[in-house]
Write a protein that binds this ligand. Structure first.
Ligand code: FMN
Ligand code: SF4
Length: 518
C-alpha cells in the first residue's frame, strides 16, 4: 500500500527548509524504490517543530520534527515509513500536548489535509455548512450567525451577525463581501495559516456571507508580503470555480457568488476597514470618516460586509454544527473559540485554538512554556502594536474581550508577544509612538503630529531631560490621541505607551543624561 508522507508547504515551514526536505524525501523514495507519496499539507501551527513531517500509519499519523534535509536518509534508515523510532520522532501527532489541548473548530483541517484537494475538503466535513445554508432562507443564516455569538476576529470584536443584518437589510442592486486578510498585527499569522492551509474554508465562509446578505461578489484583500497565501488562494478559487462552487450558480443553486484576490502593498493602516476599501478601489489607503458605515456605503459606495479571515472561516463550522454548538464554547460575551497566536520570546510559539477563557498566565507559562531564553517573562503584548503591555500581575486575566478591556487591554486579532526581563519598556513605548508615526495615514492631527511628538518626548525621558515633566506631557499627549483620533491607530497607540509607563515605572525612572554617561 502506498504510504503517505506529509511535508508542510506554508510560508513558515518553507522559510525553515520544507522544500529541501520534500526534495530529499522524494530522492530517498526513488533511490530505495519505495511505494510512497508526498502530500504538501498546511501547518499544524507548532512553529518550533517546523518543518514537521508526518507519516500516515495504521495507528495514526506519526510526527517527526523539526526535520532538516540532512536528517532524511536517517529517517528512512530508521523505518519512518512505518513510524519507526528516531531522535526526531514525536509520536502520534494528535497526542503532542500542544495539539491535544486545543479545541480546533476553525482550524480543524489545517495541517490535516492537502489544502488544494477538494476531495480532502469534502472528506473532512467541508461544504456541509454551505449545503445547510443553501437550504435555509437567507435571514435564518444571519440569525444563526447572530445566535452563535461570533464576534469579529479582526480586532474590534463586533458581532458578525449584526453586521451581516445591516448589509442584508440595506437596499442596493449590488452588495459586496470583503475579506480583510491584511493581517498587519505583530505576532499574528492565523489568517495566513488558513489561507495557506485550508483555503476552501474561507471561500465557503465568504459564499455563505454572500448568500446571507445578497452579495454576489467578494474580494479578498491581503498584502503582497503574503505571496504563498495569494498563490494558494488563487489556486483554490480556480478549483472552486471549476467545481461549480463559485460562479453563476453556487452548487447548482439559484445563488451566484464569485470572488477574487487583491494584494495591497502592506501598510498597517490598510487593515483598517475604510482605508482598506479605498486601497481596494485603487485609491490611497487613507481612513474614511464614519458614518457612513461600510455596511451601508462600502466598496464603490455599495453595502459591504468587511470581515476578518477568521470571522469568515468560522462560519462554515457554525452553519454545519449549529449556533448552539459554537456558542457553548467560551465565557461571558466571548463565545466560541479563538486561534491564539503565541509569538515573540517564547519556548513553544505557534497557533493554539481554544475556547475563550484561558488565563494569560496559562497561555504563556503552561502552553507557551515561558521564554525561549529561559529568563523570566517581563511583559506580554496582546492584540498587536496597539495592544497594552501586561505585567505578570495581570496574568490572571482570562482571554475574553471584556476582561481585557476592563484592564485597559485588548485581544485584537489574538496575537500574544512575549518579552523577557531584558526588555526596556521605555523603548517599547517609544516604538509604539514611532510605529504610529510611520504608519499614520495622516488624515487627523492627533495621530499625525501627536505620534511624532510622542517619539520626541520618549527620547527626552530616555535622555533624562526633565523626566517628570515629560512623563506628564507624554500622558497628556496620549490622552489627546486617545480621544481626538479618527481611527484606532491613533486612538489605541496610547494603550501600549500608557501600560508601559503605568506597569513598568522603573523603566521610566529619571536617569542621568545618557550623553553625559557616555
Ligand atoms: C489601524 C488598524 C488596522 C487594522 N488591521 C486589521 C487587519 O489587519 N485585519 C483585520 O481583519 N482587521 C483589521 N482592523 C480592523 C478592521 O478595521 C475591521 O474592524 C475588521 O476588518 C472587521 O472585521 P471583523 O468584524 O470580522 O473583525 C484594523 C483596524 C485598525 C484601526
Ligand atoms: S488616527 Fe491616524 S491612521 Fe487613523 S485616521 Fe487619524 S491619522 Fe489616519
Amino acid at each position: 500500500m502506498t504510504v503517505t508522507i506529509f511535508v508542510p508547504r506554508d510560508a513558515a515551514s518553507l522559510a525553515l527548509g520544507a522544500d529541501k526536505v520534500a526534495t530529499a524525501i522524494a530522492q530517498e523514495i526513488e533511490l530505495r524504490g519505495l511505494d510512497a507519496r508526498i502530500v504538501r499539507n498546511g501547518s499544524r501551527g507548532m512553529a518550533w517543530l517546523e518543518p514537521l513531517v508526518e507519516v500516515r500509519t495504521t495507528t495514526g499519523r506519526i510526527a517527526y520534527g523539526p526535520v532538516k534535509a540532512v536528517d532524511v536518509a536517517s529517517l528512512f534508515d530508521a523505518g519512518f515509513l512505518s513510524g519507526g523510532d528516531h531522535p526526531l520522532c514525536l509520536g502520534l501527532t494528535k497526542e503532542i500536548p500542544f495539539l491535544r489541548q486545543q479545541t480546533r473548530l476553525t482550524f480543524a483541517r489545517c495541517g490535516v489535509t492537502d489544502p488544494l484537494s477538494l476531495d480532502d475538503y469534502r472528506h473532512y466535513q467541508g461544504l456541509k455548512g454551505l449545503e445547510r445554508a443553501l437550504a435555509m432562507p437567507a435571514p435564518e443564516i444571519v440569525q444563526e450567525v447572530t445566535d452563535s455569538g461570533l464576534r469579529g476576529r479582526g480586532g474590534a470584536g463586533f458581532p458578525t451577525g449584526i453586521k451581516w443584518k445591516t448589509v442584508a437589510d440595506a437596499a442596493g442592486p449590488q452588495k459586496y463581501i470583503v475579506c480583510n486578510a491584511d493581517e498587519g498585527d505583530s505576532g499574528t499569522f492565523a489568517d495566513r495559516m488558513i489561507m495557506e492551509g485550508d483555503p476552501f474554508v474561507l471561500i465557503e465562509g465568504m459564499i455563505i456571507a454572500g448568500i446571507a446578505t445578497g452579495a454576489t461578489n467578494g474580494y479578498l484583500y491581503t498584502r503582497s508580503e503574503y505571496p504563498h497565501a495569494i498563490e494558494t488562494m488563487n489556486a483554490a478559487i480556480a478549483i472552486a470555480r471549476e467545481a461549480g462552487i463559485l460562479g453563476a450558480s453556487v452548487m447548482g443553486s439559484p445563488y451566484a457568488f464569485d470572488m477574487e484576490v487583491r494584494a495591497g502593498a502592506g501598510a498597517y493602516v490598510c487593515g483598517e476597514e475604510t482605508s482598506l476599501l479605498n486601497s481596494l478601489e485603487g485609491k490611497r489607503g487613507i481612513v474614511r470618516a464614519k458614518p457612513p458605515l461600510p455596511a451601508l456605503k462600502g466598496f464603490l459606495g455599495r453595502p459591504t460586509v468587511v470581515n476578518n479571515v477568521i470571522s469568515l472561516a468560522s462560519v462554515p463550522v457554525i452553519m454545519d454544527r449549529g449556533a448552539a454548538f459554537y456558542r457553548d464554547f467560551g465565557m461571558g460575551r466571548s463565545r466560541g473559540t479563538i486561534p491564539i497566536q503565541i509569538a515573540g520570546n517564547v519556548k513553544y510559539g505557534g497557533l493554539f485554538e481554544t475556547a475563550f477563557g484561558l488565563t494569560l498566565g496559562q497561555i504563556i507559562d503552561e502552553i507557551g512554556g515561558g521564554t525561549a531564553t529561559g529568563r523570566p517573562v517581563k511583559a506580554v503584548q496582546v492584540g498587536g502594536p496597539l495592544g497594552a503591555y501586561f505585567p505578570r500581575e495581570l496574568f490572571d486575566t482570562p482571554f475574553d474581550y471584556e476582561a481585557f478591556a476592563a484592564r485597559d487591554g485588548l485581544i485584537g486579532h489574538a496575537g500574544v508577544v512575549v518579552f523577557d526581563d531584558t526588555a526596556d519598556m521605555l523603548k517599547q513605548a517609544r516604538f509604539a509612538m514611532e510605529f504610529c508615526a510611520i504608519e499614520s495615514c495622516g488624515k487627523c492631527t492627533p495621530c499625525r503630529i501627536g505620534s511624532t511628538r510622542g517619539v520626541e518626548t520618549a527620547d527626552k525621558i530616555a535622555r533624562g531631560i526633565e523626566p517628570e515633566k515629560n512623563k506628564v506631557l507624554l500622558a497628556d499627549l496620549c490622552n489627546t490621541m486617545k480621544f481626538g483620533s479618527l481611527c484606532a491607530l491613533g486612538g489605541f497607540t496610547p494603550y501600549p505607551v500608557m501600560s508601559a509607563m503605568n506597569h513598568f515605572p522603573e523603566d521610566f525612572a529619571p536617569t542621568p543624561l545618557v550623553e553625559a554617561a557616555e
